[in-house]
Each structure stands twice: as C-alpha cells, then as structure tokens.
Design a binder for this molecule. Structure first.
Ligand code: UT7
Length: 327
C-alpha cells in the first residue's frame, strides 16, 4: 500500500484584524508585553454569524482546487476542532454538506491545538488500510468564541482560522506521510481547560457570570510541558527514521508562542530559520495553525519534491503529536 501524500493545501483567516493595540483598550495589557512574551502582533476575528464550518469550507475549497479533487471524490473528512458550530452534530458533517462531498464519512477530532496533527494521523490510518483513497483533513477553530475577554492571561494569545490538506495515495515510493506519533497526558487536563458548560456542569447563570464556560490556562505549566514534550517527540520521530536534525528541510509547528518554538528548536538542534513562523499575524489559531503554516510555505513555493518536513503540535489535554513527511 503506498503512503498517503498531501496533494493540496488551503487556508483561511477572517478579514477582521485585532492588533495588540486594540487589545490594550480591552484589558490591562500592552503591545510591548504581548510582543516580547509571545511574538504575537495581531490576530484575526471571525465576523458575526461566521462559524467554524464556514472557515473550514473556505480552506477546504482552496486545498481541493490545488489537489484537482472534486468534493464528490472524497471518502473521508476529518476536522480537528474544539469549537464546532454546535455541540451536535459535528463540524465535519456540516463541512461535508456544504462541500457536497456525498460519499465521504465525516467526523471531528477533539485534541485542541494538537487537533490537526491528530486529524492527520487518523486520516493517515484510514489511508494506510485502504479504507479511504481521498481524504480531507482540516484544522479549524473559532477560538475567539471561547475566550474570556477580561482574562489577559488568555485573550491576547488566540485568533480564528482554518487550514486544510487533501490526502491521496503517493505516486512515488518514499514520498508521503512517513509516520505520525500521538501522545496524551490526561493528568494535565486542568492546566488548559474550558471547565464548565459540558455534561459535568451544564450552563447556569452563575457559570455565565463567572465565565467558567470560557478558556482558563496555567500558562507557565503549559509552556513547560510544550517545550519538554515537543522536544522529546521530535527527537523520537527523527530517530525512528534514522534522520539527523540537519536532514530536516522545514519545520511546520503549532504557533503558540515564539519562545516555545525557539526553545524546542534549540533543543532538537534545528535552526529556527527552517520553521515557518506566522504567529505574529494570526496568534494561536489552535487546530488551524499547522495547516495554515503548511499552506503558506507551500504557496510561497518553498516546498521542493523530496523535502523533509517535521510537523509538531501541542494542546490542551495535554495532547501532542508529530508527523514526518517526505514532500
Ligand atoms: O497551544 C497551547 C496553548 N497555550 C500555550 O502554548 C501557552 C503557553 N504559555 C505561554 O505562552 C506563556 O506562559 C504566556 C505567554 C501565557 C505567559 O508568559 P509567561 O512569561 O509565562 O508569563 P507569566 O504567566 O509568568 O506572567 C508574568 C507576568 C504576571 O504578572 P506578575 O505575577 O509577575 O505580576 C502576569 O500577570 O505577566 C502578567 N501577564 C500579563 N501582563 C500584561 C500575564 N498576561 C499578561 C498580559 N499583559 N496579557
């Protein structure tokens, strides 16, 4: 069975830009603090009425166009998201309907900021068994909908967006998704969480007042876990293929904080110049960040046939994962 190859990429970011200066008017923060501590300068915010599935479809159409694939040819749609349009049904079924991908079975994967790497890995398994021959993988999050705009610890970090990848059987041996790795540590569930509004604590007026249906985070703990685990999983992924860090051509990493990326890449001995960085423009777009970065590198013409790409992402859970791709 040939490996699965990414034959099309697409991305979408809403038009409205929220700069650090805009946030200075909302919470007690400063452009200098946000830029120095995170590298983020601005982020996008979805328009009123714009939903996660709308962003996902916009990214998917671009990826399908690049792949020369019609929606009806898709066997599978996996959407990584924790901000679906509604609790039920999944975002993926709405995407399936909007695209008219009649043949595709569709479902969401909830792994927060690691969502697109999780979704890619899941789709890769279906491709490897032959159960799917064309798959659409999307990472999409409308994260501004779950932010507490009074909490400066979180509201300055995130933005909205979507990215998509189309998978098909590789035409050449040795090209495609060489491997994916997924890891979870549920004992860290409480360091990055939307604590209420689910089955444990259904919405009440008190929860709404206290904003416990919005994201809360212990940033320092998330930071430490992100650096430790992204370093370990990237080492492991390269070792599994007998690859040295200098053989990596591109790093496509989740964009949460420039300092996290610098720390990880220093530890895995890959120059930061090999990592596409766009968090200055979009902030942390959660599951969307890896496929948006991949699409930008791709459309910039930087990916050459045979290039080696190391992908990595980490998110609430904690969840993290990596993918090694031969382009
Ligand atoms: O995708 C995964 C999701 N999340 C992440 O990856 C986030 C990981 N964590 C981080 O990126 C960093 O921990 C943050 C950017 C969230 C925070 O940076 P930090 O260097 O860890 O700062 P800190 O939390 O240790 O806070 C330092 C100070 C505190 O003030 P005191 O206690 O020293 O007086 C905070 O209250 O900075 C304060 N602070 C702010 N000041 C201005 C926290 N947020 C802000 C803010 N503006 N927005």
């Amino acid at each position: 069975m040939p490996l699965a190859q990414i034959i099309g990429t697409g991305s979408y970011a809403p038009a409205q830009v929220l700069t650090n200066r805009d946030l200075e008017k909302i919470v007690d923060t400063s452009d200098a603090w946000i830029t120095e501590r995170t590298g983020i300068r601005e982020r996008r915010k979805a328009a009123p009425g714009e939903a996660t599935s709308d962003m996902a479809v916009a990214a998917a159409r671009k990826a399908l166009e690049m792949a020369g694939t019609r929606p009806e040819e898709l066997d599978l749609i996996v959407v990584g998201t924790i901000t679906p349009d509604m609790p039920m049904p999944s975002c993926a079924v709405l995407v399936q309907a909007k695209l008219g991908a009649k043949k595709a079975f569709a479902f969401d994967v909830a792994a927060a900021c690691a969502g697109s790497v999780y979704a890619l890995s899941v789709a890769d398994q279906f491709m490897r068994t032959g159960q799917a021959k064309r798959a659409l993988v999307i990472g999409a999050d409308l994260f501004t909908s779950v932010l507490n705009w009074k909490d400066r610890n979180t509201c300055v970090l995130f933005g909205d967006g979507a990215g998509a990848m189309v998978l098909a059987p590789a035409e050449e041996e040795g090209r495609g998704i060489l491997s994916t790795r997924l890891r979870t540590d549920g004992t860290l569930a409480d360091i990055l969480t939307i604590p209420a509004g689910g089955s444990k604590e259904p919405l009440t007026e008190e929860i709404l007042r206290e904003q416990r249906h919005k994201v809360s985070m212990n940033g320092r703990e998330v930071f430490k876990t992100a650096v430790r685990e992204l370093t370990a999983i990237t080492h492991e992924a390269l070792q599994a293929h007998g690859l040295k860090p200098n053989q990596v051509d591109h790093v496509i990493a989740h964009q949460a904080n420039l300092r996290i990326l610098e720390a990880v890449l220093q530890r895995v001995e890959i120059p930061i110049e090999k990592c596409w960085i766009n968090l200055d423009k979009y902030g942390n777009t959660s599951a969307a960040s890896v496929p948006i970065a991949l699409d930008e590198v791709n459309r910039a013409g930087k990916l050459k046939r045979g290039d080696l790409i190391a992908m990595m992402a980490v998110g609430a859970g904690m969840t993290w994962g990596s993918a090694v791709v031969r382009w």
